[in-house]
Design a protein around this ligand. Structure first.
Ligand code: C2E
Ligand code: MG
Ligand code: MG
Ligand code: MG
Length: 283
């Protein structure tokens, strides 16, 4: 129950908030050493070229295989790792793991595809980010053109000039840069044209109701038109139904990602799919 004490002082007692806080503290404690204990795993979710129906890329998505809690979603622990700085090591490990895995698939003889890795704000602030990425590409012997890094507007906007500089350096390596969750952030069109980018990913909140909500449809259309005029590749996240897919194909969206095609799955499952040359979309 909420309880006000004195002037300008507010003490708030709520069993739910307390339980949430406890939970977060417990998770934070257990997160320490989780990487060293081998509890982190990288899952991969296919991106499909909507013209050819081919699998063209995979997004690396980290999961925490917790000894008692089971598979913990990144939505739960990434914000904690962001807050306490653990995301820097974790993010580097995900990048290393994803690049090594992609190289292993190439060496196994599968047609080369892009691997896409999410960057966090804290990683983006590291002065040695570009060197770390270059080092990992060298160590894993992955050609830069098979790596894509996903950034978000919220952290690009913190220091625009510096963000432009870092994005240029990253693209000079020869990798691709995607703007993730597009439409949910500032979406300042003025700055968008300054950021050197290769792709926009339409946030799944728009894709989710693109066939049932005219506002979402309007935003999706506008994002696709914008991407086309800026000559950016466009990916739709969160495609769950045939209707959404049809809509996006009709509008000329380049790539799709979502449960309709495939959920994020372990590397082994991807290996099996590649081996059988599985089609996730018939065209
Ligand atoms: P994101 O980068 O936008 O990744 C896409 C998220 O959408 C993933 O959630 C994916 O499982 C989910 N998704 C894909 N298709 C569908 C669909 O059809 N329907 C629905 N409802 N969801 C779909 P996930 O794996 O839980 O990751 C959540 C977020 O956590 C990611 O959002 C990303 O921001 C963050 N994250 C995950 N792995 C990493 C990482 O290695 N580093 C960093 N910095 N962040 C990560
Ligand atoms: Mg992403
Ligand atoms: Mg992301
Ligand atoms: Mg996203």
């Amino acid at each position: 129950q909420a309880k006000l004490q004195g002037r300008g002082q507010c003490k708030f007692y709520s069993p739910e908030i307390n339980a949430q806080l406890q939970e977060r503290l417990a998770l934070e404690n257990e997160l320490h050493g989780a990487l060293d204990r081998g509890e982190m795993v990288v899952f991969y979710q296919p991106l499909i070229d909507l013209d050819s129906g081919k699998l063209t890329a995979l997004e690396a998505l980290v999961r925490w295989q917790h000894p008692t809690r089971g598979l913990v979603s990144p939505a739960k622990f990434i914000p904690i790792a962001e807050a306490n700085g653990m995301i820097i090591n974790l993010g580097e490990w995900v990048l290393q793991t994803a690049c090594a895995q992609n190289r292993a698939w190439q060496l196994a003889g599968f047609p080369p595809i892009r691997i896409s890795v999410n960057l966090s704000a804290r990683q983006f602030e590291q002065p040695d980010l570009v060197q770390v990425v270059e080092r990992i590409l060298q160590e894993t012997e992955l050609e830069p053109s098979y790596l894509e890094l996903e950034v978000t507007e919220s952290f690009l906007m913190n220091d625009i000039d510096n963000s432009v500089k870092i994005l240029k350096e990253l693209r000079n390596i020869g990798l691709w840069v995607a703007l993730d969750d597009f439409g949910t952030g500032y979406s300042s069109l003025n700055y968008l044209k300054r950021f050197p980018l290769d792709m926009l990913k339409i946030d799944r909140s728009f894709v989710n109701d693109v066939t049932s909500n005219s506002d979402s449809a309007a935003v999706t259309d506008a994002i696709i038109a914008l991407a086309k005029s800026l000559r950016l590749n466009i990916t739709a996240e969160g495609v769950e139904t045939k209707e959404q897919l049809d809509y996006l194909q009709n509008r000329g969206c380049n790539e799709g990602q979502g449960f309709y095609f495939c959920r994020p799955v372990p590397a082994d499952t991807i290996s099996n799919m590649l081996e059988k040359d599985a089609r996730l979309l018939e065209v």
